[in-house]
Each structure stands twice: as structure tokens, then as C-alpha cells.
Design a protein around this ligand. Structure first.
Ligand SMILES: O=C(O)CCC(=O)C(=O)O
Length: 261
């Protein structure tokens, strides 16, 4: 399902689009998403813009409670695709992330890297951004090509007020001005069944929804052989306060199961 060229693109660009690979799973994922919206977890967040129109909703880490998500994690080709893209002999499932943006939400997803929000380091990892409805390139995921190779991680911020997650910590750099014309941006129109695969270090974002229907997306996150626990200088997102791990350990597989290898 993955060509040698797509693997090379993923390794070099930090992002690649795979067409139609999950088309047989879209109905299942839609059912799971419906259930998720009707039964949000305690981790769910709703973002509003200043003029407070429709919502931008997110929820995380629900795969153990939503049968359709669990089926997808355990039975779909996602794990083997991840192994190929990451060039990893093993794959652990990290977490799921559901997002929807109402037609009138007017809230964009700001440029950011996911890795600094997580207690994970390493290069072998992948997020599968799976749109449940068609998107034009303008409303698709936007990724900064090659940003997964930047030597420093970008300071994560709270999306509500742009406050630093780890105030003043110099191991993180400020986000450069991505829209100044110096960066090469990847964004392709996508259909349900397609996936945008990107590295946890890839800087990405998305525009506010400006069509007259809601858009819904599921992101599934996986890690490979070199992924290791790292203590961040503050609370991570998602947060696992009872994780009880030390720097350099592989993620505990009772919480983050091995799904390939
Ligand atoms: O779809 C979006 O608005 C952003 C998705 C995102 O940031 C992610 O999946 O990590």
C-alpha cells in the first residue's frame, strides 16, 4: 500500500499523502466519531473565536472506550503502513485525537509541532490525519516541508491564549514566522479514505473551516523502534499524570500496546 517513493518522501519531507488506503474504514470511523461526539471524555476541549460563532471541538485518547476506534487500531492496515513509513520493525499505538470545526467556527489551528506537547522523543513516529469529509487544499492539513529535521523543538503554546506551555525553557525555540514566504508548505486536497501522514516533529496547522458544513477529522498517532519516554518540563498534552516512567524507557506497552511486530 506504500511505495518506495512515498517512504522516501515521508522520511525527507516529514509528510506524505496516501490515497484511498482507509476507504474501507470510513463508515466505521464515522460511527466511532458520532459516538465520540455524543459521549465526550473528560479530556474534551471546545475552542471559540473572539466572536464566538460555531465550535471547534477536540477530544483525545478514547480508543479503549469506542469500539469502532479500537477496531480500526487493531484491524486496519494502519499499523503496517506506519511500520513502512517509519521504517520500524515494531509499532506501538500512542493515542487517537478527534477534531471537528463547525462551518461558522472561524477558528484556525495555529502552526505547531506535536512532539513538544508529548512525553516522547525519537524520529520514528507518525500521525495519520484522516479527514471524514472531502477537503480542498485550502482546508486540508498544512505542513512545513522538512521541519521534522529542525535541530530544536518549537515551544508549544496553549491555543486559547498563546501562553508558553513550558515558560522560558530554552531547550525550545520560538516558532518562526511560517507565513513569511521562506518556508515550503505542503497542502493537498483530500477525500475520505485518504490520509495525510506526518512526523510528530513536522510543523503543521489548518485554516478555519469556511465552507457551509462541519468538517471532521481523526488523527491516530503511533510510535516506532526509537521512541522513548522523555520527561517534559511541565504538563504534557495529552497528560498522563500516573504514567510513572523514566527518561529513555520505551513507552509502557500496557497503556500503549504493540500493534505490529
Ligand atoms: O485538523 C486540524 O485542524 C489540525 C490537526 C492537528 O493539529 C493534528 O492532527 O495534529
Amino acid at each position: 500500500m506504500v511505495s518506495a517513493q512515498q517512504i522516501t518522501d515521508y522520511q525527507n519531507q516529514g509528510v506524505v499523502v496516501l490515497r484511498g488506503v482507509f476507504k474501507d474504514w470510513i463508515e466505521t470511523l464515522n460511527r466511532g466519531a458520532d459516538y465520540n461526539v455524543a459521549h465526550p471524555s473528560s479530556r474534551a476541549i471546545t475552542h471559540h473565536s473572539a466572536n464566538n460563532k460555531g465550535r471547534f471541538f477536540e477530544d483525545f485518547c478514547n480508543w479503549k472506550n469506542i469500539a469502532e476506534y479500537q477496531q480500526f487500531v487493531e484491524q486496519s492496515p494502519m499499523a503496517s503502513i506506519a511500520a513502512q513509513l517509519m521504517q520500524s520493525s515494531q509499532v506501538q499505538f500512542f493515542h487517537d485525537h478527534y477534531l471537528d470545526k463547525a462551518a461558522t467556527s472561524t477558528v484556525a489551528t495555529p502552526w505547531h509541532q506535536d512532539m513538544p506537547y508529548y512525553f516522547v522523543e525519537g524520529m520514528q513516529n507518525v500521525s495519520f490525519w484522516i479527514p471524514l469529509d472531502a477537503r480542498t487544499a485550502q482546508l486540508s492539513l498544512k505542513s512545513v516541508i522538512g521541519s521534522h529535521l529542525w535541530p530544536k523543538l518549537v515551544m508549544p503554546t496553549k491555543w486559547s491564549n498563546n501562553a508558553e506551555f513550558y515558560p522560558g525553557d530554552t531547550q525550545f525555540m520560538a516558532l518562526p514566522d511560517i507565513d513569511n514566504g521562506d518556508y515550503q508548505i505542503h497542502s493537498e486536497a483530500v477525500e475520505p479514505g485518504d490520509v495525510v501522514a506526518f512526523n510528530f516533529r513536522t510543523v503543521h496547522g489548518a485554516n478555519a473551516n469556511n465552507v457551509d458544513s462541519i468538517n471532521r477529522t481523526l488523527s491516530f498517532r503511533l510510535v516506532g523502534d526509537d521512541a522513548r519516554y522523555v520527561q517534559r518540563p511541565g504538563k504534557t498534552s495529552p497528560d498522563y499524570p500516573d504514567i510513572n516512567q523514566q527518561n529513555g524507557q520505551r513507552l509502557r506497552d500496557d497503556w500503549f500496546p504493540l500493534i505490529y511486530g
